[in-house]
Design a protein around this ligand. Sequence first.
Ligand SMILES: *[C@@H]1O[C@H](CO)[C@@H](O)[C@H](O)[C@H]1NC(C)=O
Ligand SMILES: *[C@@H]1O[C@H](CO)[C@@H](O)[C@H](O)[C@H]1NC(C)=O
Length: 561
Amino acid sequence: MTTPQLGLSTSILTLILLSALPRCESQQAGQPNIVLILADDLGWNDVGFHGSNQIPTPNLDALAYNGIIFNSHYTQSTCTPSRTALLTGKYPMRLGMHGTPLNPAQVEGLPEGKLLPEYLKELGYETHLVGKWHLGYARWNNTPTYRGFDHHLGYYTGYVSYYDYLNTFRVDEKDYTGYDLRRDTEVAWDLAGQYATDVFTDHAVKTIENHALTKPLFLMVSHLAVHAGNDGKLLEAPQETINKFRHIQDSNRRTYAAMVSKLDDSVGSIVSALQAKGLLENTILVFASDNGAPTVGQYSNWGSNYPLRGIKATLFEGGIRGVAFAWSPLFVQSGRVSADLIHISDWLPTLFTAAGGDIGLLDPDLDGVDQWSSLQYDLPSPRNDILINIDEITRNAALRFYNWKLIVGTTWNGTYDSYFGESGKENIEEQVYNSTRVFDSPAGKAIRQVSYTSLTEAEYEALRRQATLRCLNAKAKRNPCDPSNGEVCLYDVPSDPCEENNLASFLPSVVRRMKRALVDYRSGLTPQISGKVDIEKDDPKLFQFAWNPWLDCSDSTCAAA
Ligand SMILES: *[C@@H]1O[C@H](CO)[C@@H](O)[C@H](O)[C@H]1NC(C)=O
Ligand SMILES: *[C@@H]1O[C@H](CO)[C@@H](O)[C@H](O)[C@H]1NC(C)=O
């Protein structure tokens, strides 16, 4: 056994010494491996552990029940801002990254500043990104392998179609189509035709199999699933998987269910590979969606945030309260549902601490809060508030403060501020939740190999009930609030997760205080990036039909390296 790194929490050492785990000699007793799996646009109601019977997610459920289910895990409302918060540990409005997600050919990207993979590299980690980047690619030094990842297999733009890896972008009524899949900086033409979720899973599994045990591993799997693809083929999954969901009548929802199922299989394969390699017992696995599902509207995927209000791109809970859990044998108190506040920016300081880093060495301007000891020992979250966002252009803002949530303004004139995702309830009465399937899933089996405690199926069911949200009962008072009319909405979120009862007129002092807090946060805002698109210079035609960095090039002949 190697000596644990200085600064690594002694509890980990104690746990390792005290537990009667079967271990093989090759396993590291030092810094934990970190596996961060990001789903794209996954809905609240689209995982089994939140109470839905419609789409079985046995691998996710097994990890969630045996880990910590975060039922108040807040993200930003769209992709680029959420990924900014995750990798910088900051509220994206401090960086100008809080507005519309990046488009292809956009000249801007994440500003300079150290990112999570760079911090982990300094602590000795080998760092891998698999899948989506979506934080800018105008210059090579905006791209993942120049921003802290040793290796990247994936795409730079916001999405691609699932088999052809094309992203079609419309500018002034004209469509520009480019291929977007890379192995480090080279275009990975060879993978065209293979289903994206399988490609990313296979690559993650190979990365684990080939990992040299001399270094701890940071593996971020940033899935395309379950984001929609291009118009005309929004949803794609292998037919044999779609056929498993004949009980779902809505054909779009049926394909979506297959996409979720492939995502669940992927997580099972990754966890099994970690176990086979002997890495799992010293791993922290985090799973989160970057935002809620866009049930309808642009890039709609038929995901369901039921029973929450709003969808992706709104600041109602359906847009920003994301599916999330963490699993690790290093948690002393696991098998629980946490209602404590946690924000996606918290993962940077939390994982840095877990990796043995000295929190004093982080950027002092972080908004993220170190939650590591709260996670390990079930201590109260150090967070009392979350700035959900301030958008100085749409004038849409929201803040969580203890139980309270304040929302002012809206997006899309309030079109998406209602309740969607009823299809997520279709035929659920006829489906049975099968906890044996959860127990017997690849992830369920793998984690039993490395945990000295393992929950029973009855305990799964109890946790599932606890993780299922309930709206106000029929008799409860309701004061509807429509922020698109200029109303200020104030909710007591723990008792009213569906945001039905506006308390603003009853609690003017809370409203005043929260508005003041928003004004204070506003002083730290950097104006949104311009959104300028350089389609003439980044026309895929100039780069053998790939979306390619272009601002390092003095002319259009400097195609992919
Ligand atoms: C909102 O409504 C106004 C007035 O009807 C309209 O001009 C504007 O385009 C709408 N904005 C959006 C984002 O739908
Ligand atoms: C539940 O899953 C188990 C294991 O996958 C399977 O053997 C069993 O038939 C399932 N039960 C039902 C009621 O579908």
